[in-house]
Design a protein around this ligand. Structure first.
Ligand code: SF4
Length: 379
C-alpha cells in the first residue's frame, strides 16, 4: 500500500492495511520468534501428535495453561498413547484428573480414548467431521486437531482468538450473537499452509499481547491491521451481553471419621455435576439452608455430630455453594443409616485420600472438617 493511501486511511481512522494475507505473514513471523513453548507443541512448521493436541485441548477447556501443564505431563508420562489411556480404568483417569474440575471432561476423555482405540486402531481420524463424532469433541477441538496435528485448513476459534478477531475487524455486535460472524472472519485469514501455526499464533497473541483488559497494542505485530486499535476502542471489544447473576445454593456435608482413621466417602451418580467422583455425603444443595435438625436426617450415621462453625464456600460456573460441615468420630463397626446407598459408599484411609477421585470441593470439605490443610497427613 502506497504512502498516500496509508495517509488517507489514517485520516479516516482506518487501520493502515485491512486484515488479510499480510496480517497472517506478520503473525506467523511473530509466532516463529515469540511463541510459547508448551509441552504439547512440536515447534513451527511441524505437525504435532494428535493425542497430545487432543489431550491438551480437552484439559485447557475452562482451565489456565499454568494449571494444565503439570496434569498434561502426568498424563502423558503414565499414558503415552491414546491406546494406553484406553487401557486404563475410568477410576484411574478420574483420580489423575482430580483437581482440574469439570469432571465430565474426564469421563468423555476416557470414552473418546476407548472409541479411538476400538474404532480407529489407536489413531485419531484426520477430518473435522469424524473428529466431531467422538465423545467430548466439539467443533473447536475438532478444528484444533485437524489444523495443528494434520495441517488441514481448519479454523479453531477459542476465547483468545475470538477476542483478537473481534478487535482486528472491529466487530461491535455483542457476544454470543457475534460468534458466527467472528468465526467467518477468522476463517477468511486461515492460510492453506501452516493453518496449525496460524491457529496457535492467534492463541498466543490473545494470551500474551491482545489481553482482555489491557492489550499491548504497541508491541503487537498486527497493530497496522487492527481496526479496533485504529478507532481507539480495543479495550472495549469484544462486547459481551451481561451475564445473569450467579445464584447461591446451600447444603450440609457430613464427614464420618472412623476410629481406625478411615473416612466415609460416597460415589456420585455418573450423570450430572461431579459425576462419578467421590464425595463427602451431603444433603441436596438447595436455594435455602435446611435447618440442622432436618439436615441430620440425611446424615450417614446416627451419632453425636460436631458442626464446624464456618461453611465451605465453592464457586461453580453456574452457582455459588455454601456447605455447612459436620464431623463425627465413630467406631469401626458403625452402622450406616442409608442402606440403599451402601454399595456407593467406601471407607478410605486418610493417608490414601490424596489418591482418591475427589473433586476440589470435597478436598476443601475434608480439610475444613479435619482442620488441616493437607490430606496427606498420616492418621
Ligand atoms: S493492535 Fe491491540 S487490539 Fe489490535 S490485535 Fe493487536 S493487541 Fe489486539
Amino acid at each position: 500500500m502506497g504512502a498516500l493511501a496509508q495517509k488517507q486511511r489514517k485520516q479516516m481512522n482506518l487501520p493502515l492495511r485491512p486484515a488479510g494475507p499480510d496480517t497472517v505473514r506478520a503473525l506467523l513471523a511473530w509466532y516463529d520468534a515469540e511463541r510459547r513453548h508448551l509441552p504439547w507443541r512440536y515447534g513451527p512448521r511441524r505437525k504435532a501428535d494428535p493425542y497430545r493436541v487432543w489431550l491438551s485441548e480437552i484439559m485447557l477447556q475452562q482451565t489456565t495453561v499454568k494449571a494444565v501443564v503439570p496434569y498434561f505431563e502426568k498424563f502423558v508420562a503414565r499414558w503415552p498413547t491414546v491406546a494406553d489411556l484406553a487401557a486404563a480404568s475410568q477410576d484411574e483417569v478420574l483420580q489423575m484428573w482430580a483437581g482440574l474440575g469439570y469432571y465430565s471432561r474426564a469421563r468423555n476423555l476416557k470414552a473418546c480414548a476407548d472409541t479411538v482405540a476400538a474404532k480407529y486402531d489407536g489413531v485419531f481420524p484426520p477430518t473435522e467431521a469424524e473428529l466431531r463424532d467422538l465423545p467430548g469433541i466439539g467443533p473447536y477441538t475438532a478444528a484444533a486437531i485437524a489444523a495443528i496435528a494434520y495441517g488441514h485448513k481448519a479454523t479453531p476459534v477459542d476465547g483468545n482468538i475470538e477476542r483478537v478477531i473481534a478487535r482486528l475487524f472491529s466487530v461491535r455486535q455483542p457476544l454470543p450473537k457475534s460468534k458466527p460472524e467472528i468465526k467467518r472472519l477468522a476463517a477468511t485469514l486461515t492460510p492453506s499452509k501452516r493453518a496449525g501455526d496460524y491457529a496457535q499464533a492467534m492463541m498466543d497473541l490473545g494470551a500474551q499481547i491482545c489481553s482482555p483488559k489491557r492489550p499491548s497494542c504497541l508491541m503487537c505485530p498486527l497493530q497496522q491491521d487492527c481496526a479496533a486499535h485504529a478507532h481507539g476502542i480495543a479495550e472495549t471489544l469484544p462486547i459481551k451481553t451481561a451475564k445473569a447473576a450467579r445464584p447461591n445454593r446451600y447444603g450440609h456435608a457430613f464427614l464420618v471419621l472412623r476410629e481406625d482413621g478411615a473416612v466415609l466417602l460416597r460415589r456420585r451418580p455418573e450423570a450430572g455435576l461431579l459425576g462419578g467422583m467421590l464425595e463427602v455425603p451431603s444433603t441436596d444443595w438447595g436455594d435455602v439452608l435446611p435447618p440442622e435438625k432436618d439436615a441430620r436426617r440425611a446424615a450417614p450415621v446416627t451419632t453425636r455430630w460436631w458442626a464446624v462453625p464456618t461453611p465451605v464456600v465453592h464457586v461453580f460456573t453456574h452457582f455459588k455453594l455454601e456447605l455447612m460441615v459436620h464431623r463425627a468420630l465413630v467406631p469401626v463397626d458403625a452402622t450406616l443409616t442409608f442402606w440403599a446407598e451402601q454399595e456407593r459408599c467406601v471407607w478410605v484411609k486418610r493417608r490414601d485420600l490424596h489418591a482418591a477421585a475427589l473433586p476440589s470441593l470435597m478436598r476443601k470439605v475434608i480439610a475444613h472438617a479435619l482442620e488441616e490443610t493437607s490430606l496427606e497427613a498420616a492418621e
